[in-house]
Design a protein around this ligand. Structure first.
Ligand SMILES: O=P(O)(O)OC[C@H]1O[C@H](O[C@H]2O[C@H](CO)[C@@H](O)[C@H](O)[C@H]2O)[C@H](O)[C@@H](O)[C@@H]1O
Length: 379
């Protein structure tokens, strides 16, 4: 366990007070050499799951780079062979049915409980695009999310820097967790906040468990920009407490070169770990704090600590969202919805294929909530 500082803002004085919490550090590097199966498509098999989560930064040079590149390929849906989809997809849909088809069952399961919504951003609220700075959310989606937030406490949980994701979403009534949950802001309750949030306390809360890593992250960001500038299409994004190296626009023949460049920087930083998202290498501190911890922290900050009548719903599309899906399974509360067109290993209970389906699902939740409020007011 290590001690991490938490900053709580006093709304009256505007002074930030530091309190200390314990955070467990994890062993981050896979130690055993892992044999990868030959590339056979984009379906992420269980044997690859661990590898995709944390890539080994040290270890054997060439073999390690091959493993990275293999993993980069395995996580790219473009590598799914069309003839490998139908069988897997059929059984996947049986096990992870559409949240739209199962809407009534979902509502029945939430009966008597307070729904709390957690939404990932990229690939969930906005479609995946080549340029990370242009991943805009549609006005229709923004309107729908605003309506959701009027019905249920709603948080955005993103790998992006918190300010950046806020600038995309632009809804002040939501709660935001950026940098894969390492930068959480729970605003001071307002008149419109949920009764749970109001009842909790009157403070804005800022939780940044990786604050001591800020200088290192900045340094690594600069070095990665410098190192990768010779690789056409590579984009390095500073997400404040973590860094993303995008390879969506890098020619596949150059992936190995890019992996070498990233590794040459990271091997000097044993306190950073590498994981992978959708055509992106994610570099972050070794602290054991992920989107699952962020979900739990937000639930507590919103006044749902130890509540049995809470029903959290988390919607996300990425490997990093799996930590939140798993947390819900472990807590035995609510469920996760994976946004994906392709079969994937997941701890989510349901699926939606793309952001448009996410919007339909959110709208149905709003309609159901409004109807049930009307029915109650008539009684
Ligand atoms: O947790 P999220 O909100 O899903 O953030 C995860 C990463 O999302 C962004 O990258 C992804 O979306 C880009 C825009 O569509 C796309 O170009 C990229 O290939 C995807 O990986 C974001 O740019 C990253 O910083 C986030 O870590």
């Amino acid at each position: 366990m290590t001690q991490q500082s938490v900053v709580v803002s006093d709304p009256n004085s505007g002074i930030n007070m530091a309190i200390t919490v314990a955070v467990t550090t994890s062993s981050i590097f896979t130690t055993a050499a892992q044999k990868l199966p030959a590339p056979h498509g984009g379906y992420i098999s269980i044997s690859r799951k661990k590898l995709l989560k944390n890539l080994d930064i040290n270890g054997l040079g060439g073999a390690r780079i091959n493993a990275w590149v293999e993993s980069m390929r395995a996580s790219s849906p473009t590598h799914v062979k069309s003839n490998s989809i139908p069988d897997d997809h059929g059984s996947w849909i049986v096990h992870r049915p559409s949240a739209l088809d199962m809407f009534q069952q979902i509502i029945d399961a939430s009966k008597g409980k307070q729904i709390v919504m957690f939404l990932d951003y990229d690939g969930t609220l906005s479609p995946i695009v080549d340029d990370p700075d242009r991943a805009f959310m549609s006005d229709a989606m923004r309107k729908t999310v605003r309506k959701v937030a009027r019905c249920f406490p709603t948080a955005i949980v993103s790998g992006r820097c918190r300010e950046k994701v806020y600038n995309f979403v632009r809804l002040a009534e939501l709660y935001y967790a950026g940098s894969h949950g390492m930068d959480i802001k729970v605003p001071k309750p307002t008149r419109r906040s949920s009764k749970y949030h109001k009842a909790n306390d009157n403070h804005a809360v800022l939780f940044q468990p990786a604050s001591e890593f800020l200088p290192v992250i900045d340094e690594v960001y600069q070095q990665l920009v410098e190192k990768t500038k010779s690789t056409p299409g590579a984009i390095v994004e500073n997400n404040r407490f973590c860094v993303s190296v995008h390879f969506r626009c890098v020619d596949e023949k150059k992936w190995s070169e890019l992996a070498h460049q990233v590794r040459s920087v990271l091997k000097e930083y044993p306190k950073l770990r590498l994981s992978q998202g959708r055509k992106v290498l994610e570099i972050r501190p070794t602290i054991k704090w992920d989107k699952g911890n962020a979900l739990e922290f937000l639930l507590e900050s919103l006044g749902f600590a130890n509540c049995t009548d809470v029903f959290p719903v988390y919607i996300g599309d990425d490997r990093t969202d799996e930590d939140a899906f798993k947390k819900l399974r472990d807590r035995g509360q609510g469920f996760g919805i994976l946004v994906s067109k392709f079969p994937k290993d997941t701890s989510a209970s349901y699926s939606l294929q793309e952001p448009d389906e996410v919007m339909d699902f959110l709208q149905r939740l709003v309609d159901w909530k409004r109807l049930s409020l009307r029915a109650h007011s008539r009684v």
